[in-house]
Design a protein around this ligand. Structure first.
Ligand SMILES: Cc1cc2nc3c(=O)[nH]c(=O)nc-3n(C[C@H](O)[C@H](O)[C@H](O)COP(=O)(O)OP(=O)(O)OC[C@H]3O[C@@H](n4cnc5c(N)ncnc54)[C@H](O)[C@@H]3O)c2cc1C
Length: 298
């Protein structure tokens, strides 16, 4: 690519990054979108709860979004990984794994998060199919099935209250993590939610569709769906290297304007919020695009 200087470099060209780019492209800004093609929902065959696209494969939604953004002449795309971002002149220099170097006055990180799977046989095969993170995204399709909740502590309590609206039956499997208060244990008992604390030895499935959970001790549990509350980390470490602060949940701190704690560096999407959804990532990206355009006027 001949052009080396842009108004904005967008790192992460998935839902948040494309939304920010659309707003900036329509504002006639020059934007380089660098994306490594590892969106967190690439495991799931269908996305739900996004107006106009309910039940559509996520890759298809991204492709349509990218083709919309491509119409604007100020936008350039690069399939690569950004490996360095440092302040340079009145802006930032970004380098990629492919050895290219670019400059922009502002940066937007739509880099999402990386889910950290437990090292248990079958988990990753089922992720996004019959093991899911969110009932609003996949609960309707998995409704009325015998269901497990893979969680511990207060998070388990929150989901144990939420999930009966969808689950046929619910069993809490903690994989030997954390403990519960007496009142939480009483709640599970009152609401017929058995708690299995034994470490899990494997998820039995066929092509990602769960049929049972095996434990190190005790009988297997027959289930066809599982909600998993698993840890995550920032997908991209460049914001932290630039000095952007994370909150106690490991999310990038931003102000109302989607600006991180480093001036000129903006972020939005899963890397900034616990409300992980396509609609929210798109909303935050769209908002950041308009705000960055305004900031470029100064
Ligand atoms: C299994 C699963 C299923 C889901 N299903 C639904 C659903 O049905 N409905 C719904 O509303 N939500 C769903 N979600 C949530 C939704 O997918 C996310 O909220 C959304 O993808 C967040 O968008 P994002 O742009 O912030 O991050 P992502 O979509 O994760 O994209 C981040 C992008 O940044 C790129 N990137 C990261 N680091 C770099 C770097 N250094 N250089 C270049 N590129 C980089 C990645 O490759 C990736 O393309 C699901 C999530 C998961 C995990």
């Amino acid at each position: 690519m001949e052009q080396k200087n842009f108004d904005v470099i967008v790192i992460g060209g998935s839902f948040a990054g494309l939304a920010a780019s659309l707003a900036l492209g329509r504002a006639r800004r020059t934007v380089l979108v660098i994306d490594s093609g590892q969106a967190c929902n690439r495991y799931t065959p269908h996305a739900h709860n996004l107006l106009g696209f309910d039940g559509v494969p996520p890759a298809e939604i991204r492709q349509k979004a990218k083709s919309d953004v491509s119409k604007y002449p100020g936008i350039s795309f690069l399939s690569d990984t950004a490996v360095s971002a440092v302040p340079a002149g009145a802006g930032f220099k970004v380098e990629t794994a492919g050895g290219a170097s670019y400059h922009a006055r502002k940066l937007f990180f739509g880099t999402g998060v990386r889910d950290l799977f437990p090292a248990i046989e079958g988990f990753e095969d089922c992720w996004g199919r019959s093991i899911v993170h969110c009932p609003y995204c996949h609960g309707y399709e998995l409704a009325d099935k015998p269901t497990a909740l893979f969680a511990a502590g207060d998070d388990a309590m929150h989901f144990a209250k939420l999930l009966p609206q969808w689950a046929g039956s619910l069993t809490l499997v903690t994989n030997d993590r954390g403990t519960f208060s007496l009142s939480q244990l009483e709640y599970f008992k009152e609401h017929n939610i058995p708690v299995i604390t034994s470490p899990i030895s494997g998820f039995v499935h066929s092509k990602g569709m769960l049929s049972a959970i095996r434990f190190e001790e005790g009988p297997a549990l027959e289930v066809e769906a599982m909600y998993a509350r698993i840890p995550f980390k920032q997908h991209c470490e460049l914001p932290e290297q630039l000095g952007c602060l994370l909150n106690s949940d490991g999310l990038l701190m931003t102000n109302e304007m989607q600006e991180t704690t480093v001036e000129g560096v903006y972020a939005g999407g899963d890397n900034t919020t616990q409300m992980r959804s396509l609609a929210n990532a798109i909303a935050l990206g769209t908002k950041a695009g308009a705000i960055i355009n305004g900031a470029l006027l100064n």
